[in-house]
Design a protein around this ligand. Sequence first.
Ligand code: ACM
Length: 719
Amino acid sequence: MLRRFTAVLVLTIAVALAASGASAAVALMPRPQSVTEQAGALAIPGRLAIVWTGCHELRLDRAAERFQRDLGRLTGIETFAAAGPRLDIACRAAEPGALALGAREAYRLQVDERGVRLEADGPIGVLRGLATLRQLLETAPDGSAALPFVEIDDKPRFAWRGVMIDTARHFMTVGTLKRQIDAMEQVKLNVLHLHLSDNEAFRVESRRYPRLHGIAAQGQFYTQAQIRHLVAYAADRGVRVVPEFDVPGHTRAIILAYPQLASHPVGPGAAGAQVLNPASEETYRFVTRLFDEMAGLFPDDYFHIGGDEVGDDAWAGDPAVEALKAARGLKTKAEVEAHFHRRIHQALTRRGKIVVGWEEVIDTGTLPRDVVVQAWRTSNATARATAQGHRTIVSAGYYLDLLNTAAFHYGFDPLDTSTAGMSPADAEAARKLHPLVAHFVTDGIVVRPAPPLSPAQEALVLGGEAPIWAELVSDEMLDSRLWPRAAALAERFWSPRDVRDVDDMYARLAVQQDRLRRLGLNDRELRARMASRLAPGDTGPLLAFLDLVGPVRNMAHDKRVPAALRGEKAVQHLTAAADAAPVDSLVARGFAARARRLVAGDRGLAPQVRAELQAWIVNDARLQAQAAANPSIREVLPVSAEIAGLATAGLAALDALEAGKPLAADAAERGRSAIARAEASEAASARPIFAFFGKRPPGDLIITVTPGLRALIEAAASP
Ligand code: ACM
C-alpha cells in the first residue's frame, strides 16, 4: 500500500539564438559537466560523414545509423541523402562482453567549422556523445539544421541511473517498453529495472514452471524470445535490464500457480497469507530453479530478489516456521527473512549473479556485504545500508507513481541522508487516522536527522532509480506518467550535484520533452486516445482543459484504498480525466514562468498572457456546452468552471497591472479566495497516507495554473 509511497546559416542561427535569449546548450538535459559555447554554427544539410578511429563494432554502426535517422526526425529535413560535414568518432577502449555497471561513459565533443569530433572513453561513451549531439541540433527559421560551435567535456556523476517499471499491476507491452528505452537513451539513463512478479501477476514465460505464466499472468506475459529481444534492444542503447522477481513477499501470483509453496500462518494476519514458506526445502528448490532459468534470460550481473514488505504476521504461528526458528535459533521475523535471503543469495552467487534487494533485506544487518541495497522508504536507509558496507541504489524521493512534480523529485540528492520520508510528527498523526494505517506506519518509513555520509559511504552509493509502480498506470499511460519527469531525474543522477536551478530545469525539460516526442515518445497521442473515449468527436476542449490540471497526488486517486479501509472492495478503471491529465503540466509551468516575468516588469508578455486567460474562459464555455450531450465529461465541469473563475480574476489583475493601478479590494479578495480553494485541494493530497483521507476534489483533479495566477493577483493587489 505504501509504495503505492552553417556562412548565412551560421549568421541566421546566431541571430535566432540571440533573439530567443536562449542558447543550444541551455536545453541540454542532463546538463553536461562542462560546456563551452563559441560563436557560430556548423550547417548540417545531410547525413554526417562518419570516420571511425579506435574501437568500432557492430553495435556502434547501428547506433550511428539510428543517429543519422534521428537527424531527419529531429529536423524534419528529408534530404538526408545529402552529404553533411565530417563526424570523427574516436573510441579509446573496447569493452567486449555484456554491458556492465561501470561501462566507460565519458566523452568529449567539439563542434567547429571543420566538423564534429567525438572522443569517447568506450563504446557507451560514443552513445552518450551521440545523445548530446542530437540535443545540440537546432533548426533555423528557414528550416535548415545546424550544430552550434561548442566544446563539451562530460561524464556521469553516478554509474547506476535507472527507472523501475512495474509490469505486474498493469502489463506493459514490448512496444511500450521499447519506447521507454529509446527515451532513456536520449537522457543517458542506463538501467531498466523490470518488476516482473508481484501479487497480481507473474510476467515471464517459464519453461520450468509453466503454471506461472499459464495461470498467474492473465494471458499477459513476455515470452522468452521477447525478453531476449528486449534485453538486446536495451543493450544496443547502453541500457542494462535488471530483472526483479519479488520474494518471499508479494508472491500471491506464484502461490496461485503453486499453492504448495505458501506458508500457513495462523492468527489475525493469516487471511492475507501470500508469502512463501521459508521453512520448506521445496520453496528453495523452486526459487533456485526458477531464478536459474530467469538468470539465463537476463545476462546482467545484477539480479533483484525484491525482499520488501513482508508483513509482521506473514509467518506467525506457522508450525513449520516455528520449527525452523527453533532449529536455527532464529528469533524474529526479520531473522527468518535473513535466513531465506542467505539461501537465495547462495544460489544466485553460485550462478554468478550479484543480488539486489529492497532495503528491508538488511534489517538484521547480517547479509553478505556484496548484496546491493535499494533504499526506498527514507533517505536514512542510504545511511544505514552504506554504514553496513553495502553498495546502495537510492529510490527514496524518486517514486514517480506518487504523482509529484518534477521539481519535487529533482530536489532530493541521492547522497542526502535525511530528506526523503515521513516526518516523525506526520507519522504520529497518521497512526491516528485509521487502525489499519497505524499498522503500515512503521519506524521504517519515518525519516530522522542523520549525519552526512562519510566519503567511504558516499563511494558506496551507486546512483539512483526512479520507480513507477503501476497500480494507477496502464500501458497507454506509461509514456506520460514516466516522461518528462524521468528526464529531470536523469539529470539528478548524471549531472553535478550543484545543478539545481528548478526554473532552468523546467525550461530545458519542455524542450527535451518535445525532442523525445520527435524521436518517438507517444504521450500526446496516447493522451488524445484516452480523451477520445471521454469526448468522442471533439476532444479539443477536453485536451485544452487537461493541460491546466493534474491528478491528485500520492495515490489519492486510488479508489481501492479508501474502499479497503471501509472493509470493501473496489474496482478501478484507468479511464477518467484524471488518468489522462499530465502529472506536472508544462503548459501550466510555462504560464507561471510568463506570469512571473510579466510581473517582474516584462510587460511585453501581457498580450500573450491575456490571450491564454481568455482562451481558458472560452474553453470552459465549450466544455460546458459539450457536457449537455455528453455525461462522461460532466465530472470535470466544476473544475473547468473554477479555472474560468480564476482566469476572470487573472484578467482583472492584468488590467490593473497594465493600468498601473492597484486591483480593487473586492476583486483581489475574490481572486485570492479562488486561489486558496484551488491550493487547498492540492494540499489535501500533498502528504502520503493523509492523501487517502483528504477531501477529494471533483474528478480527482487539482488545478495546476494556480502559481501563475497567484503571481498576477498578488502583484496587482499590492503593486
Ligand atoms: C516498495 O515500494 N515496496 C519497494
